[in-house]
Write a protein that binds this ligand. Structure first.
Ligand code: C2O
Ligand code: CU
Length: 541
């Protein structure tokens, strides 16, 4: 292991967007936060200092952390938060990840301003499965609220309704030309005609899947979620919160200025229909247009456009990058993803539909975070923190995606349940979206693993027919996958990473409502199949 070391100071700093100045939580005063650069297989140590006045944790999104959940980051799942005035030295253990991942706060809604790119370069310089790019550029999609985001969070949790939507989307921290007071900061990508650029895109938005497109330019996708894909030529990209996409941009158009732009794909609910932009600016001797060409987009609710991009992703698969899809499945899981309602506390009404409270669940369980972390409770056998019988299947079945699911049909249960997997079990997990309250997409993210996405479709999963169409040859390897609205997605993985691993929807409002669960993967036999011990400086609750 070579070693890289970073220092992250989490603190308030002041930033202005949309003519509004506010102090917000950042790392090292930067927004977005500093990128981490590492090489495949390296050990990265990040010393995280909490100079804020509240708790925080940091998660290394997409890093599998072999046998070492201790630094993974989700608060009350694998650690107690880092309290004000203390620090935690996090060991970020890379293995086979290559390409783009990211890091973000994993505590309440702090990730809105506490995030950055995590770029993993090949071991040998420029050893890419595509022509060496002239330059590489991270592009992070983000969000800005004029309001204090913690207040936004507290308010919707108290009132039981949907959260307020943000005031702008951002490209590398900037709203772009179409928002007030924003022109000066607009992100410019300078390109030279004839050269190719590797764009490393992260969707760090809180609550929306995004479309992204560059006027006049097609792109070639070459990676996603820290793994290479077969080259995919496309004129737009769909990217879920949590997901990363690496693509090549060829500067092959008449030298000028062109807008890159991003806006929401939203199948339901309230959304912000504004467009964030950046500029692709060719080097050269020309008069730039006063308003560059804007790309056109699929409709906001164009589910098929959203899905068809994602469905075309394929693993690269060659000698150097082989694939290892589990073929003999030992464990079949079927998880329903639902938005639920619960009557408001007595004598009051809530802001959700029918004046009830919105919740979300997996197999009818709405997850409650415990007071001390599940990992510690598991490791030290502390009782009363979680229950072990998280259901493999929903408690009963119905027509999940019918037009109207009676709201009394299914009230969620609150609880902290884990599903226990034996070491090396081969898992097939079907996510089934339901039309309870609102059929909507769910970008599901699993910690500690990448998984193969072997199939997906609309409507109810058919256990006899749908598996016949699984792709077991070159399915994409991902760690976040959008389960389509009123549809299903099947993933496969081998439970070869012992530890405690969070599975949750990467829409922040949904995970706040309880759309998550935890896998405990037990130790196997032999020294390389056991969880490593905790570091001495684990934060205390
Ligand atoms: Cu990107 Cu559990 O998170
Ligand atoms: Cu969701």
């Amino acid at each position: 292991h070579a070693l890289v070391r970073y220092k992250f100071v989490v603190r308030e700093s002041s930033h202005t967007r949309l003519c509004t100045n506010k102090t917000m939580l950042t790392v090292n005063g930067q927004f977005p936060g500093p990128p981490i650069y590492a090489t495949r297989g390296e050990l990265v140590i990040v010393d995280v200092y909490n100079h804020a006045d509240h708790n925080i944790t940091i998660h290394w999104h997409g890093v599998k952390m072999p046998r070492y959940p201790w630094s993974d980051g989700p608060e009350y799942v694998t650690q107690c938060p880092i309290s004000p005035g203390t620090m935690f030295s996090q060991r970020v253990i890379l293995s086979d990840e290559v390409g783009t991942l990211w890091w973000h706060a994993h505590s309440e809604w702090w990730r809105v301003s506490v995030y950055g790119a995590f770029i993993i370069l090949p071991k040998k310089k420029n050893d890419y499965p595509f022509p060496t790019p002239h330059a590489q550029v991270p592009i992070l999609l983000g969000e800005w609220w004029n309001a204090n985001v913690e207040e936004v969070m507290e308010e919707f949790l108290a009132n039981g309704g949907d959260p307020n939507i943000s005031d702008a989307f951002l490209i590398n921290g900037q709203p772009g030309d179409l928002y007030p007071c924003s022109r000066q900061g607009t992100f410019h990508l300078t390109v030279e005609f004839g050269k190719t650029y590797l764009i490393r895109m992260v969707n760090a938005v809180m609550n929306n899947i995004m479309f992204f497109r560059i006027a006049n330019h097609n792109v070639t996708v070459v990676g996603s979620d820290g793994a290479y894909t077969k080259p995919l030529n496309s004129d737009y990209i769909t990217i879920s919160p949590g997901q990363t996409i690496d693509f090549l941009l060829e500067a092959n158009q008449r030298p000028s200025h062109y807008y890159m732009a991003s806006r929401v794909y939203a199948s339901a609910g309230d959304y912000d229909n504004t467009t964030t932009t950046g500029i692709v600016q060719y080097i050269g001797n020309y008069t730039p247009p006063s308003s560059p060409l804007l790309p056109s987009f699929p409709n906001f609710n164009d589910t098929l456009a959203s899905i068809s991009f994602t469905k075309q992703l394929r693993s690269l698969v060659n000698k150097q990058y082989p694939i290892d899809v589990p073929l003999n499945i030992t464990t079949k899981l079927f998880f329903t993803l639902s938005i639920n309602l619960r009557p408001c506390a007595e004598n009051r009404t809530c802001d959700g539909p029918f004046q009830e409270r919105l919740l979300a669940s997996v197999n009818n369980v709405s997850m409650v975070l415990p007071k001390i972390d599940i990992l510690q409770a598991y490791y030290k056998s502390i009782g009363g923190v979680y229950q072990t019988d998280f259901p493999d299947n929903p408690p009963f079945t119905f027509n999940f995606t019918q037009n109207f699911v009676p709201r009394d049909l299914w009230r969620p249960e609150n609880g902290t349940y884990v599903n226990i997997l034996e070491y090396n079990e081969t898992v097939e997990l079907v996510f089934q979206g339901t039309n309870m309250v609102d059929g909507i997409d769910h970008p599901m993210h699993l910690h500690g693993y990448s998984f193969y996405v072997v199939g997906s479709g609309l409507g109810n999963f058919d256990k006899d027919k749908d598996p016949l169409n699984y792709n077991l040859v070159d399915p994409p390897l991902m760690e976040t996958i959008a389960v389509p609205r009123n549809g299903w997605t099947t993933i496969r993985f081998k439970a070869n990473n012992p530890g405690v691993w969070f599975l949750h929807c990467h829409f922040e409002r949904h995970v706040s409502w309880g759309m998550g669960m935890v896998f405990i993967v037990k130790n196997g036999k032999g020294p390389h199949a056991k969880m490593l011990p905790p570091p001495p400086d684990m934060p205390k609750c």
